[in-house]
Design a protein around this ligand. Sequence first.
Ligand code: ATP
Length: 140
Amino acid sequence: KEKTLAMIKPDGLLGNYTDEVKNVIINSGFIIFKEMILQLDEDRAASFYAEHSLKSFFPNLIKYMTSGPVLVMILEKENAVADWRALIGPTDSKKAKITHPHSIRALCGIDSEKNCVHGSDSPQSAQREISFFFQEESAE
Ligand code: ATP
């Protein structure tokens, strides 16, 4: 079965959305294969989001992602990558509340930055992100 990397971001953990998000995960047929709470430092956050390093929002993104602990999970299910992306909804939580009211970002996100959760956007990203956090795992 396919694996993907899911993350509850600092606003999600601080807002006590962990149990609610995990219930959605389980009820949607995913298995939580591994999980870990960690605090990202600036270097690790910048390396995780390296593709955005030239964007204007990058400094704020790093502040946000290092503002508290995150919960990273390896989720397993057939079609896990695409299904988890569909479940979390669009990047901008404000828009998600209108266009995808049942999405996780509509449930616990605030705006286009503080959007509560992350999901790998392709099987290649999933592989990279899973080994980024869980050295011993591969996405296969
Ligand atoms: P993620 O990669 O976290 O799952 P995503 O793929 O939906 O999110 P990206 O475009 O990859 O969105 O942006 C990465 C993260 O950067 C977003 O989740 C959000 O926290 C932040 N971000 C994106 N766009 C903006 C913006 N315009 N202003 C502030 N923060 C933003």
